[in-house]
Each structure stands twice: as structure tokens, then as C-alpha cells.
Design a binder for this molecule. Structure first.
Ligand code: GAL
Length: 641
């Protein structure tokens, strides 16, 4: 099998003469799959109930004739103008209560029954007509669920929210208890009093807001499931939808990933961040973890600039190759782009494509062809796995709960802390999975718990078992503080697992000056707390003697607990010490900025991907072998005979 290579193909933006050239260029670049139909609803159904598919028959026939597989989309992310004009109540209302209008994309209300019915109708028409077309290899449902409309505050959404809450809590007593409505006279006496949380004069009820976020995420998963059920009537080919693992924490992907046949994701580099390749690593590791380690699809990334970041820089020469191979190294078996041909009109005309505005005499096109050839030469890597003995926890309700405005400090977010600890693992060269607190941790030796403030009793017990059984955890401040209803665990922090970390804190002291010196020479940032060891050994302190880093033996395992967020160098030292306790090591010895990841087949064949993100030539040392990796280049080192 060849590694999948391609991108979103939007032929409707171009005259027919261009289609023939597209086929020729796709073959030249080694493209073997394209996603089609994503934004074609208005052409498929120009007026409600009138369908025009002849043009698209031609597109699919052309692809089949050229040996290019279609990843066929349902176009339900962008309803045509007639939809909003006919069903204005099905258009989304934003968090400020503003009724939005047509004129962009993804403006529908995910809870709207009219929207759902219309989406299922067009999905069914497409499935009926094309399920057996020889070009069709898999299904691409919708596009980036919730990218612009995760939370829509319509009457329809309120009605469904009430039903969802009844299912969750059974009755109003359950709801009132979970949300702590005894506070501020908020007790509900009828379901009609419960609304989507539109703006309030002051701090809203945190339980209400978190449940609304849970509901909104759940609704989108239902929308996917409904489309999938329709397609399944006609086709047994795999179905997916493109997640946004690096950037969009508004949909619970642990829940959503259970609905797809294969995980796919989109990733865009933050062009202004010189360390953006670290976020790429996270997005890729996360996609792999959502599929329990199985190879996944990189459905979209960019050949060069995007158009939505303020200052949209073009990628440096060879940067796109490094990006693509970094995804491949971390388990993607399909490397695809948004989009095949850069548009000359419309909202995304300043977004790069595989065929740029400049045409084929260009850096982009030469690299696109080079990448196609490189992937072809790596065909035997397909299907191999990335092994990780380390996991870093991510939980959506935790992140949502920390968006609440009234908290000990608003100087960090769950995502920000996660990113800092993921980056430390990246710098250490330790390959990590992303795991959910309640997930199976048995295959890991080392688990990082980055500001998992909201931790269910089940999640706390899971971590307790993990450490008790011999695992090592590194726990940051503001972890294990509240349960799944956002109710604080009493008796001293971190109440979910004081016994595991061997520490008890009575109060938090966010750092007014932003910094606390550490006895070891580094410093802490943002946070400090009045922690007392309750069994743990103190490894580092603030200058006044308050513990900063504590280590506790619990059962057969070890818990490292921090009471501040250390500066990066100090954090690197702590991660290194915890990794030693855990018995995990870097994949290879490599200079700073050189990424090394291993992919291996069960039969022992393995490859080391060495990606040099620096301007200097580097040498990587792995299992006694020295591998030269020129500046800015990727070297794929075959380890087996
Ligand atoms: C994605 C989307 C694509 C395109 C791309 C631009 O979010 O799925 O359709 O808009 O971003 O970066």
C-alpha cells in the first residue's frame, strides 16, 4: 500500500479546463487521495429540494480514471443561502445572544431539528448516488464540527439542554445538588426555568456553565452519529471527520473519537511562534492517542501561509517538509493539505495550497513533489506504531471549568499549563501519549498531571491505582481540587489525592509579583501555596522554606508534587528526575531542537525520524549509532537490517 497523500480538492472554484490540469499535476506530485464535496451543498442543491449532481459525477469519474481515491464529504458544514432565508430560526445565536446571519460558513444551530433534517437529506442523496462509485474510498462527514458554532444559544438548544440535563440528573433535586444552587438563591423549581447560559449581571453558576459546554459538545457528536447512520445504510466504507487536535478544546474528543472509524485531524502552525513545531507534536500525539495508537489521517495542514492569524508568514524553505514528516513520524499514515489549489477569490484566497498562486515554478510546488516522492519511498513504514511509556493527561470538562471567571488566579489556563508540560517532555525527547484521567493508564510508567483541577472520583481512583501499582506521576498545582460537578474536595488541597502526593495545602497564594525564588536557584511563576508535607520528602523550597517540590512514595510508585510552576530550566530538571524514577528515557541523545521519534512494526522493523528544527547541523546518537542530520532537514534512519 502507498502512504496516502493529497488534500481538499474544490474543483467547483475552477473552470473545467483546470480539472484536466489538476489530474495531471496530482499524478506528477504523487497525490493518491483528495477530499471532495466539503463545501458543495449550494451546488448540489441550488434550491431546496432541487439537486444537481452531473458536475460532480464528472469530478468523481475523473478521479477514478486517474487512480485517485475520493474521501467523499457530506457538505453539511456550510448550508446554502436558501437555508438561512427559509429557516432563520435554524441559524446560530452567539454567546452574547446575537442572532447571526448567513454570509460565511457553519452558521447553523447544531440543535436545530430543521438543520438536522436538511443535513441528513443531502447526506442521504450523496450516499445513495455515490456509495458504490469506484473512486470513493472513505467518507468525510461534515467539516471540523463546531469550528465556528460549537455553542449556539437558541431556543432549540435550550430545549435540548433541558432534556440532556434530565437524562444526566434524573430530577431537579439532582440538578440543584450538582450545581450547588443553594448558593445565591438559584434553586430551580421547574425545568422551564433552566436556560442556555446567556450573559448574566455577574459571575454565573459554574456547574450550569460547565454542563452547557458538555451538552454543546455532546450535541455535535449526535449530529455526526446521525449522519453516519444515514451513510451506513448505503456504504460500509470507513467514516471520519476532521478534528482539530492542536487548537480547539471545545469538543470532547474523547467522546467524539468513539464515534469515528478512523481518527483524522487538522493542524495549523502558529506562524509567529518559533516553537510551533512543539504544538504540532502535541496535535499529532493527541490524534494518535484518540485512536488508541492506531495510524491516523492528517486531513489538513498548510503548505505555507494561512490567512487567519493576523501576520501570516509563508513557511521557510523545507519547513513544510519537516512539518509533514513530523506528523508522519508521530503515526499519521495519510498526509493531506488544505487545499489542492490556492483560491483566487473568497475568504481564503490568502491561504496557501499545494498549487500556489505562483503556479508550478515555485518553492511550494517543488516541495509538494518532493514530499510525494519521499512518502512513496517510505511505504514500508505504513501501519507501524509509535510506542509511548509516558502519558500527559487532558480532560475537556477540566479545561472548561477553568474558564470560569472567579478562580484563585486568572493568569493561567488548563491549555497553557498542559502546553508547558508537554513542551518539557518534548525537550526531554520523551515520546508521550495524551490520556484521559479515567482512561487506561496500565501501559504507562510515567504520567504527567498538568492542572487537572476538575478530577472525577473515578479519575482520582485511577491515578491512585496507577501510583500504587508502581507508576510515577508528576502533579502540578491546581490538580485534584474539585470533582466532576465542580464541587471542591474538602479537608485540604489537593483533596482528590492528598494521600497519593503526601502533601496537604490549606491556602493558595498566587504570586502578586509573578515570581518566587527557589532554594535550588531557579524560580517559580504564577502560583504558590502553603503546602505541608504529609509524608512526602521535600526536594526544593521557596527562599522562606515553604516546600516547592515534594516527592512521595505511595504503594509501589512515586508521586512528584509541585506547589508552583517552575521556570523552564527548573522544570526540565524536575521532569528528568521524575523520568528516572519512572524508568523512562529519551528516544535518542539529540541536541536541543532536534526531534527524534521511533515508528516500529510488531515484527521488529523500525525507523528513527530525526527532525532538525535548528539552523545547525546535528548528530543524533541512538543505540550506539551516530546519525548526521543537516540543519533544517529530516533524516529517516532505518534501524533494522
Ligand atoms: C480549517 C478548515 C478548512 C480551511 C482551513 C484554513 O479549519 O477545515 O476548510 O478553512 O482551516 O486553514
Amino acid at each position: 500500500m502507498a502512504i496516502v497523500y493529497g488534500g481538499d480538492y474544490n474543483p467547483e472554484q475552477w473552470p473545467r479546463e483546470t480539472w484536466a490540469e489538476d489530474m495531471r499535476l496530482m499524478r506528477e506530485a504523487g497525490v493518491n487521495r483528495v477530499s471532495v464535496g466539503i463545501f458543495s451543498w449550494a451546488l448540489f442543491e441550488p434550491e431546496e429540494g432541487r439537486y444537481e449532481f452531473a458536475w460532480f459525477d464528472e469530478v468523481l469519474d475523473l478521479l477514478a480514471a486517474n487512480g485517485i481515491e475520493a474521501c467523499l464529504a457530506t457538505p453539511t458544514a456550510s448550508p446554502p443561502p436558501w437555508f438561512a432565508a427559509t429557516y432563520p430560526e435554524a441559524v446560530m445565536v452567539d454567546a452574547d445572544g446575537r442572532q447571526l446571519t448567513h454570509g460565511s460558513r457553519q452558521g447553523f444551530d447544531p440543535s436545530s431539528d430543521v438543520y438536522i433534517a436538511k443535513a441528513l437529506q443531502i447526506a442521504e442523496k450523496i450516499a445513495e448516488r455515490y456509495a458504490d462509485h469506484p473512486a470513493v474510498g472513505l467518507w468525510h462527514l461534515h467539516n471540523e464540527y463546531g469550528c465556528h458554532n460549537t455553542r449556539s444559544y437558541t431556543k432549540a438548544a435550550t430545549a435540548k439542554f433541558r432534556t440532556w440535563l434530565r437524562d444526566r440528573y434524573g430530577d431537579l433535586d439532582g440538578l440543584n445538588a450538582a450545581w450547588g444552587t443553594a448558593f445565591w438563591s438559584q434553586a430551580y423549581s421547574s425545568w422551564d426555568q433552566v436556560y442556555a447560559p446567556l450573559p448574566t449581571p455577574t459571575i454565573p453558576n459554574p456547574g450550569h456553565v460547565v454542563d452547557w459546554k458538555r451538552f454543546s459538545s455532546w450535541q455535535l457528536v449526535q449530529n455526526y452519529r446521525a449522519e453516519a447512520a444515514v451513510i451506513r445504510k448505503y456504504s460500509d466504507k470507513p467514516m471520519t471527520t476532521n478534528f482539530m487536535t492542536g487548537s480547539h478544546p471545545e469538543i470532547d474528543l474523547w467522546e467524539f473519537s468513539g464515534a469515528v472509524d478512523i481518527v483524522s485531524t487538522d493542524h495549523y502552525l502558529a506562524g509567529e511562534d518559533p516553537q510551533a513545531h512543539v504544538n504540532l507534536g502535541f496535535a499529532a500525539d493527541y490524534a494518535r492517542s484518540l485512536g488508541a495508537g492506531k495510524p491516523w489521517i492528517l486531513m489538513e495542514h498548510s503548505t505555507s501561509a494561512v490567512n487567519w492569524q493576523g501576520r501570516n508568514r509563508a513557511k521557510a524553505p523545507r519547513e513544510m517538509l519537516r512539518n509533514s514528516l513530523a506528523h508522519f513520524a508521530r503515526g499519521a499514515d495519510a498526509i493531506m493539505f488544505f487545499q489542492w489549489r490556492a483560491s483566487k477569490q473568497g475568504a481564503e484566497k490568502w491561504h496557501s495550497g499545494m498549487v500556489p498562486h505562483a503556479g508550478t515554478d515555485s518553492k511550494i510546488w517543488r516541495e509538494v513533489c518532493e514530499l510525494g516522492a519521499t512518502l512513496k519511498s517510505l511505504a514500508e513504514v505504513e501501519g507501524s506504531r509509535v510506542q509511548a511509556e509516558t502519558a500527559i493527561l487532558w480532560d475537556f470538562p477540566n479545561a472548561w471549568a477553568q474558564e470560569h471567571e472567579a478562580r484563585p488566579t486568572n493568569e493561567f489556563t488548563a491549555q497553557g499549563i498542559f502546553d508547558a508540560y508537554y513542551a518539557a517532555l518534548w525537550r526531554a525527547g520523551i515520546t508521550a501519549d495524551v490520556a484521559e484521567p479515567e482512561g487506561d493508564l496500565s501501559k504507562y510508567k510515567f504520567v504527567v498531571v498538568p492542572a487537572v483541577y476538575l478530577l472525577s472520583r473515578k479519575g482520582a481512583e485511577n491515578l491512585r491505582q496507577f501510583v500504587n501499582g508502581g507508576g510515577t506521576v508528576l502533579v502540578t498545582p491546581y490538580s485534584g481540587i474539585a470533582d466532576e460537578t465542580d464541587t471542591v474536595y474538602l479537608g485540604g488541597y489537593p483533596g482528590a489525592f492528598r494521600d497519593v502526593v503526601g502533601v496537604r495545602s490549606e491556602e493558595f497564594y498566587p504570586l502578586i509579583g509573578g515570581r518566587v525564588e527557589l532554594a535550588s536557584g531557579g524560580h517559580g511563576t504564577i502560583w504558590s501555596e502553603a503546602a505541608e508535607p504529609a509524608g512526602a520528602e521535600v526536594r526544593d523550597t521557596y527562599a522562606d522554606g515553604t516546600p516547592a517540590w515534594l516527592v512521595n512514595r505511595f504503594g509501589a510508585g512515586t508521586a512528584h508534587y509541585l506547589t508552583t510552576f517552575p521556570d523552564p530550566d527548573t522544570l526540565d530538571r524536575i521532569v528528568a528526575a521524575a523520568a528516572v524514577d519512572a524508568g523512562v528515557a529519551a528516544v535518542a541523545e539529540a541536541p536541543v531542537g532536534v526531534e527524534v521519534v521511533r515508528r516500529a512494526h510488531d515484527d521488529g522493523r523500525s525507523w528513527l525520524f530525526c527532525i532538525n528544527h535548528t539552523d545547525a547541523d546535528a548528530t543524533v546518537k541512538a543505540a550506539g549509532v551516530l546519525i548526521d542530520v543537516p540543519a533544517g532537514e529530516v533524516v529517516v534512519h532505518r534501524e533494522h537490517a
